[in-house]
Design a protein around this ligand. Structure first.
Ligand SMILES: C[S@@+](CC[C@H](N)C(=O)[O-])C[C@H]1O[C@@H](n2cnc3c(N)ncnc32)[C@H](O)[C@@H]1O
Ligand SMILES: [Zn+2]
Length: 295
């Protein structure tokens, strides 16, 4: 089966024109650009491969840590699974889905992979995601190589704060969603609690210079011109740094009675997320929105 049969939504990232499939290559008949297909994954970056070279290098290096630490450690895995389920609980997942910035493909374990197209900048992330999916694209979220009005749902899990121009990515998600389509985003919440540790972490080798700590206000401001915001939820307090990121800081390994500690930490986070004012001091923010008609 050819790539255009597996991912009929593919389009030229530059002119959004239709593509023709040749052996190991996609051609844009409209602007005459060519895109290589490597190991079944079309590389739709064009000149962006150079423009995003630093982020690609960082993410290519981090991919192995995601696979061997973040999503391999049983406690971290369960923690990420827990709040991914909270995202999934907010949307309908029976249509065509884009996992924007899919990383190594955590979501493909939760939704039938045939329904999801995974897009990422990093070929190393995609190489790991390929164990679960044959609908992968190497592309740039700020210039999606996808047709207008072609998806029912877009997931955007920890992507926007990596982008130099997240507003462009939001507009692109709007463009590729069908009328009434939904998007769900999980991103940073710049709070007193998270500001200093994030500043220190950003100096590390896991982050490029583009990496930001977005606020709720900024996130809402970028979404509002295109989406109706249905739901905003703060999440991640004490459990978030202790359980979720063994690749960055593995403090949990020193804590005794791990299963009990894990349950307790998650319970405390749940309670904090309901307390007025305190809940705003979270590490993360989850937003579910619907494409506004006729913008
Ligand atoms: C924090 S990771 C999250 C990965 C995945 N969504 C998850 O939750 O495990 C951010 C991902 O965004 C990707 N990314 C960064 N900039 C991108 C861009 N301009 N276009 C597409 N993907 C990008 C990175 O390669 C990385 O896989
Ligand atoms: Zn083109």
């Amino acid at each position: 089966m050819g790539i255009l049969e597996r991912i009929p939504e593919l389009a030229c990232p530059f002119c959004k024109g239709p593509l023709e499939e040749q052996a190991e290559r996609l051609d844009c008949a409209a602007c005459n650009r060519h895109y290589a297909i490597r190991n079944g994954i079309p590389c739709m970056l064009g000149d962006d491969l150079l423009a995003f070279a630093q982020e690609v290098a960082v993410q290519d290096r981090v991919a192995v840590e995601y696979e061997q630490k973040r999503y391999a450690d049983p406690y971290s895995r369960r923690y990420h699974s827990w709040w991914t389920d909270q995202m999934l609980g907010l949307v309908r997942t029976d249509g065509r889905i884009l996992d924007n910035g899919c990383g190594i493909g955590l979501l493909f374990e939760k939704i039938p992979p045939k329904q999801i197209v995974g897009l990422d900048l990093s070929s190393e992330m995609l190489a790991k995601a390929a164990r679960l999916s044959d609908q992968l694209i190497q592309g740039n979220s700020q210039e999606l190589p996808l047709k207008d009005n072609s998806f029912d749902l877009v997931f955007c899990r920890s992507l926007l704060h990596h982008l130099p121009q997240p507003e462009r990515a939001v507009r692109e998600m709007y463009r590729v969603l069908r009328p009434g389509g939904e998007m769900v985003s999980v991103d940073t919440n710049a709070s007193i609690l998270s500001a200093l540790p994030r500043k220190l972490a950003n100096r590390g080798r896991h982050f490029s210079e583009e990496h930001q700590n977005l606020t709720r206000r900024r996130l809402v401001q970028m979404l509002e011109p295109w989406f109706t915001i249905d739901h905003v939820r703060y999440f991640g307090y004490i459990a978030y740094p202790l359980l979720g990121f063994p690749d960055l800081m593995h403090i949990f390994r020193f804590i005794p009675f791990k299963s009990l500690a894990e349950a307790l930490l998650m319970f405390i986070d749940e309670v904090l997320s309901r307390l007025p004012v305190i809940r705003t001091q979270s590490w993360g923010i989850l937003i579910k929105a619907t494409k506004t008609q006729g913008v």
